[in-house]
Every structure is written in C-alpha cells, then in structure tokens.
Design a protein around this ligand. Structure first.
Ligand SMILES: Nc1nc2c([nH]c(=O)n2[C@@H]2O[C@H](COP(=O)(O)OP(=O)(O)OP(=O)(O)O)[C@@H](O)[C@H]2O)c(=O)[nH]1
Length: 131
C-alpha cells in the first residue's frame, strides 16, 4: 500500500480557523472535501520548511508556524496517510486560492459543520474539544 506523508496548517486569525476545500478529484473520498492547507514533504525538507513552501504555493500566505498539534495516521482505500498538523498564526485574513475551490474562516465550535476529509476528523475533534 502506497504511503504518503504530509504536513498541514491549522491557521488561526483571532478566534477563526482557516478551512479550505479541495477540488473535484477521481478519488471520491477526498473530492471536494474540506482540509487544512499543506502537502507532501519533499526530500531534504523539514516539516516546517515543507509547510512554509506549501502555504506560499497554495495560498500566498506567510503565517507564523508554531507548535506541532497532532499527527494522524489514516488508512484511505488507495493509500496510507500520515499527516502532521501545526498551529499557525496569521496577521490577516487575506489569501489567494491557487489550488482550492473555496475557503471559510470558522470559529472552532463551527468546524464540525463542514464535510472534512476523513483523516482530518481527529484534528477537528481535538480543536473543538480542547484548543
Ligand atoms: N494537505 C492536506 N492533505 C490532506 C489533508 N487531509 C487529507 O486527507 N489529505 C490528503 O493528503 C494527500 C496529499 O495532499 P496534497 O495533494 O495537498 O499534497 P501535494 O500538494 O504535495 O500533492 P501533489 O503536489 O502531489 O499534488 C492528498 O491525497 C490529500 O487528500 C489535509 O488536511 N491537508
């Protein structure tokens, strides 16, 4: 089974958290799902370097990347995903959607209203419960 390792950013602006929606894809279990921005770690990169690069590529934003929040290992039908999430702090809500089809800034108590990628659910639940 293919293994994929990604980093993902929980980006906060005041009491809001950034949620981004993936484009349509042939893998229906991730198609148009909400996720935290990020992507695969490239050879030679640290996790935080990879996250910094992905946030510029996907959204043209430069938040402060703070502490590790939660690592999730999730078995999708086609691959095993290991996802490391980090708390990030933005000083503005401005962004450019280079890859995603929509975004929302939500209070943590509203995060469960979105249709998240399955691997993200433990992160969302931890944010709602105790962040
Ligand atoms: N970035 C990100 N990927 C996630 C999340 N949840 C989740 O299941 N994934 C899955 O992790 C995989 C890799 O993410 P990605 O497509 O953003 O990575 P990438 O930009 O480096 O990919 P690419 O350059 O190969 O297209 C995808 O299959 C994606 O569905 C999440 O919250 N953030």
């Amino acid at each position: 089974m293919k293994k994929v390792e990604v980093v993902a950013a929980i980006i906060k602006y005041e009491d809001l958290i950034l949620c981004v929606q993936r484009a349509e894809s042939k893998l229906d279990y991730i198609s148009k799902k909400f996720e935290f921005p990020g992507g695969k770690i490239e050879v030679g990169e640290t996790k935080k370097e990879a996250l910094k690069r992905e946030l510029i590529e996907e959204l043209i934003i430069h938040p402060i990347i703070n502490d590790h929040f939660l690592t999730v290992v999730h078995q999708y039908p086609d691959f095993e995903l290991t996802m490391h999430s980090f708390i990030c702090i933005a000083d503005s809500k401005l962004l450019t959607l280079n890859e995603h089809i929509s975004h929302q800034w939500l209070k943590k108590e509203d995060l469960n209203k979105l249709d998240w990628a399955a691997a993200d659910v433990p992160i969302v639940n931890k944010l709602v419960k105790n962040d």
